[in-house]
Design a protein around this ligand. Structure first.
Ligand code: UDP
Ligand code: MG
Length: 310
């Protein structure tokens, strides 16, 4: 068979994982007759990740690297890999072995059956910290409630995409892609595989609370303008409520009762002040997105690579 499989791995400070993941991948892919290439995207790592990758690429002709000029983030690294992959299908997975490479065999079977997107669903994993599990579940709930697309909980960037899908995806001009949501939105014949995640082999998670919040807000605001409507709805609700307040004020006025409602006034001011800030913030995020998109800057900058340009 002369089909080619591409594997894309974004890596940010993963020096101790690279050799292991390549090893595991080779063992798995050797079981099939397909030719394969492995593309590692070094997302501005500050440790020895890049030199480890380069060393492997020097001795193995089917291992490629892409070096970013700085850290552009997981989604950008993934996009770079997908942009450069030449395979008839592309499999993306994390460098830390939390995405068990063994699953690739099942993915390939489904691909051979004709599915164009084979994605994975992470099962509840007791070894993951309670905080992470809860925040991830809450995240998907919020995302689905607030946006126009549906993302199943536990879907991460561990999936197989047919060349057909990649070709469509490449033409997307979004400079801050949220790939998880886009893939579902694209459609095509999709199949889900459930899996139990492995534990991170070495190093530590690069998603801190700040990065997770950013991804969460990004996920919502990339896919929907629903949050903007919230301003209008809230406006209606509160002006409605304040009309109800008028008779009470008039009543007190005619009775000549001095309303010494300082506390309630302050509370109202504080409450509406906060509300306005939130809504301004939401509007600001969208304007910011238009601003960034208007500049048309690239999603990532490659400073070096051993991939041949064609
Ligand atoms: N990653 C990246 N750039 C970043 C953060 C993460 O390329 O700015 C990569 C990282 O090397 C790993 C994958 O994205 O291969 C997932 O990151 P991580 O394992 O830290 O996330 P978690 O599994 O904890 O959600
Ligand atoms: Mg991980």
């Amino acid at each position: 068979m002369d089909k080619l499989i591409s594997v894309v791995i974004p890596a940010y400070n993963e020096e101790d994982n690279i050799v292991v993941i390549i090893d595991r991948l080779e063992q798995i892919l050797m079981q099939r007759t397909y030719a394969f290439e492995i593309i590692l995207v070094d997302d501005g790592s500050r440790d020895k990740t890049l030199s480890v990758i380069k060393k492997m690429a020097a001795v193995k002709p089917n291992i490629f690297y892409i070096e970013f000029s700085r850290n552009f983030g997981h989604q950008a690294a993934l996009k770079a890999g997908l942009d450069q992959a030449k395979g008839d299908c592309v499999i993306s997975l994390d460098a830390d072995l939390q995405h068990p490479p063994e699953l690739i065999l099942q993915m390939l079977e489904k691909w051979e059956e004709g599915f164009e997107v084979v994605y994975t669903r992470r099962q509840e994993d007791k070894s993951l910290s309670y905080k992470k599990r809860k925040s991830s579940a809450l995240y998907y709930k919020l995302l689905n409630a607030l946006s126009d697309i549906e993302i199943e909980s536990g879907t991460a960037d561990f999936r197989l995409l047919d060349k057909k899908v990649i070709d469509v995806f490449r033409d997307f001009g979004e400079n801050e892609p949220f790939i998880r949501g886009l893939i579902k939105w694209l459609g095509f014949k999709q199949f889900a595989i459930d899996y139990i995640p492995g534990t991170r082999y070495a190093g530590s998670s690069k998603y801190n609370l700040r990065k997770m919040m950013k991804l969460a807000i990004h996920g919502v605001t990339s896919f929907s303008i629903k949050p903007l409507y919230s301003a209008v709805y809230l406006g209606f609700i509160f002006s409605g409520l304040s009309i109800l307040y008028v008779p009470y004020v008039l009543h007190a006025f005619y009775r000549g009762e001095e309303v010494d409602g300082w506390a309630s006034v302050i509370m109202t001011i504080v409450f509406f002040g906060g509300l306005q800030l939130i809504i301004l913030g939401i509007i600001g995020i969208y304007i910011g997105k238009m601003f960034m998109q208007g500049k048309n800057r690239p999603t990532y900058i490659i400073s070096s690579s051993n991939l041949k340009k064609d």
